[in-house]
Every structure is written in C-alpha cells, then in structure tokens.
Design a protein around this ligand. Structure first.
Ligand code: SF4
Ligand code: SF4
Ligand code: SF4
Length: 345
C-alpha cells in the first residue's frame, strides 16, 4: 500500500519509524516506571491487534510496541486514550487534552526511575512519586529533556547519563552513646560507598563529612541504631550526562543536599530556559546541548532564577566537561594518527 507518510507528525505522537517500510513502534510513557498491572493486558492487546505480536521493554522505561502499520496509527491513538488519561492526567496530574489523539509531543522524554524506597532497602527516596511530579512540570513540551530519578547514589537507573540525574540522599545522624564500636559501618562505607568512616582511639566513629555521599549504608548496617537516616529528604542532582555517538559523557555534580521543592522549582524554569537558548523557535536539540550552548554560568543563573535554596543546599560554582573523549578516540588511538586519510580499522 502507498502512503503519504507524515513522519514528523507520528513521531510527535511517540511513534518511531521502523526499518520495515510503513511500520512504526509506539512508545508509551511510564513516568516513574510504575503503573497498575491492569494496563499490561491493554499493551498485550495492542501488540496482538495492531503490532507484530512482540513487545519491547524500552530503554527509557517506555512500553514499546513494534510493527504498527501507518494506517492503523489513528486507531491505536484512540485506543490508548484511556491509558494516557489514567497515567499522565490522573496519576501525574499532567495538564493535557487526551482527546487530541495520542501523545501530543515526544520532546520531554519519559522520566525514569529505579524502584526506590517503596521497595529497595537502600532507597532514600520515593522515586516514582518524584518522577510523577517532574512529569507534570516537563510534559507535554517540545523541548527535549531527559531526567531519571534514583533512590540512592548507587544509581541503578543510570541517572548519571541523563541531562538531569536526581538521587535520593540523606544526612545520617550519629548517636555516639549508642555506638558499641563494632566497626560494621566503617567496613560497610569502605566496601559499598566512599570509605569516609574510621574508628578512633575511643572506639567511636570519625567521619570525613566532605566526601560522604549520604547513601545510608552506615545506617543500614548499624546493629544498635547509632547511625540513622536524617528525617529531611534531600537529593543530589547531576547535570549534563548523555549517551549518543558524539561526546557521550557522565553528568557532573550540579547540586547537593537540595529538597524536593528546589528540584521542582528548578524544573519549572526548564521550558523558559530552553525557549531562551533557542531564541524562542523550538528546534530539535538535545537538552544537554542547550546547556552547552548557554554555558554553565548562564544556565545556572536562569535555571535557578527565583528558586529558594534550602539551608543545606550546595551548588557547583562551575562545571567542566571533557568533550573530546569519543571524538578524538583519545584512549585508543595516538594523536599522530588522527589526520591519516582513508578508511581506518
Ligand atoms: S539506586 Fe538505590 S534505591 Fe534505587 S534500586 Fe538501586 S540501590 Fe535501590
Ligand atoms: S555500626 Fe553502629 S555501633 Fe558499630 S561502630 Fe558503627 S555506629 Fe558504632
Ligand atoms: S552515608 Fe556517608 S558515611 Fe554512611 S556509608 Fe554512605 S558515604 Fe559512608
């Protein structure tokens, strides 16, 4: 069958073009990666009615359904209306009209998260709740942004490779009177974290506070409750991480010990910042490149405009990224070979 295929339009609806002509893969958003299991039967139905009978777990935690024919996209869009209503409008409070037919934009990517403290014993934060709050702020938007939320600095969700990586942390509280000097926390911090604890001459614990990442391994292991997690939920935020063929890089620490309010207020400035960098003409450009284009200092000024920092908060004065690792093949190819003409093995 011949089609006048409007790739751009269906792409905005979150349908990705297939190598098989006329076929597309639907990517359904799952902000925070946690939904009611009842939706799975709907996914199965789409796969079997309109797809090729297979299902792919999206790398950004989307529900991916390949093999959908172009002529069926409109019908599929109608079918997923209830899902978008349940997940984005009701679960995340996103302000959008589900009657427009399918997803309105692909710009802001699915907000990912690990299972967090709803299940994981190491989790400091409820990741999917925060992811849903972020979804409400960044979606729908044509501006590209990738965000992931980890429950602790273990970062199982690879938040470090997102434009914004959020990780739950906690200031641990030490009750010296409860400490029996067993050394378990020292060993745990050494083995699982940063090795900032040591036993002193009195058989009590000393801590190099500047390098503590607030993961809570010490509190988790302590048999007497001498270490406990602080009551204030805090986060660290890494910035400018990305994958991609050119200049992939891990994010750098942007803010530490900030509250949820700070994070949400910061995301509230993202669309304004993006519009400004792009001269108010939406253009497809990855979020990280917008930060690069503005430069860190300008980015920081604009993204934190009007944001009230909590007293514990720390923000990076400057950030320097290494941009040339992939481009220059610097670790695997001597510079002297870089200008050699012709194909290289
Ligand atoms: S990042 Fe932390 S909280 Fe999340 S799954 Fe991994 S260990 Fe658990
Ligand atoms: S694990 Fe608890 S009791 Fe043991 S040394 Fe550490 S703080 Fe003290
Ligand atoms: S919270 Fe700090 S002291 Fe405790 S294990 Fe983690 S890095 Fe070590």
């Amino acid at each position: 069958m011949n089609h006048d295929i409007n790739i751009k339009k269906v792409r905005i609806n979150c349908f990705r073009q297939s190598k098989v002509k006329g076929e597309f893969m639907l990517q359904m958003r799952v902000p925070g990666a946690l939904i009611n299991a009842k939706h799975l039967s709907m996914v199965q139905e789409i796969c079997e009615r309109w797809g090729n009978g297979t299902f792919h777990m999206g790398t950004r935690q989307t529900l991916d359904i390949p093999g959908i024919k172009y002529e069926n996209i409109e019908e599929v869009n109608k079918f997923i209306k209830g899902y978008i209503q349940d997940v984005d409008v009701e679960m995340c409070n996103v302000d959008m009209d589900v009657n427009d037919g399918g997803y309105p934009t692909i710009g802001a990517r699915n907000v990912m998260s690990c299972i967090g403290n709803a299940h994981c014993i190491k989790g400091n934060a409820n990741t999917y709740e925060l992811a849903r709050k972020i979804e409400r702020i960044v979606f729908p938007s044509h501006y590209h942004i990738k965000v992931a939320v980890a429950g602790c600095p273990n970062d199982c969700v690879k938040a470090n490779f997102n434009d914004f990586g959020i990780m739950g942390v906690n200031k641990q509280v030490y009750d010296v009177d409860r400490c029996i000097g067993c050394g378990c926390c020292v060993e745990a911090c050494q083995h699982h974290a940063t090795g900032v604890l040591s036993l002193n001459a009195n058989n009590k614990v000393d801590k190099d506070t500047c390098c503590c990442v607030g993961c809570g391994e010490c509190s988790l292991i302590c048999p007497t409750g001498a270490w406990s997690r602080g009551t204030k939920q805090l986060y660290r935020v890494t910035l400018g991480g990305r994958t991609g063929k050119q200049n992939p890089r891990a994010g750098k620490l942007f803010m530490n010990w900030v509250t949820e309010d700070v994070i949400l207020a910061m995301f509230g400035n993202w669309q304004k910042f993006s519009a400004w960098v792009l001269d108010y003409k939406p253009e497809y450009l990855h979020g990280g490149h917008l930060i690069d284009r503005a430069g860190y200092k300008e980015f920081k000024k604009r993204i934190l405009e009007g944001v009230e920092l909590n007293p514990e908060a720390k923000v990076a004065d400057d950030i320097f990224w290494a941009e040339n690792e992939q481009r220059g093949n610097m670790h695997v190819m001597p510079v002297s070979q870089h200008k050699t003409a012709g194909p290289q093995n």
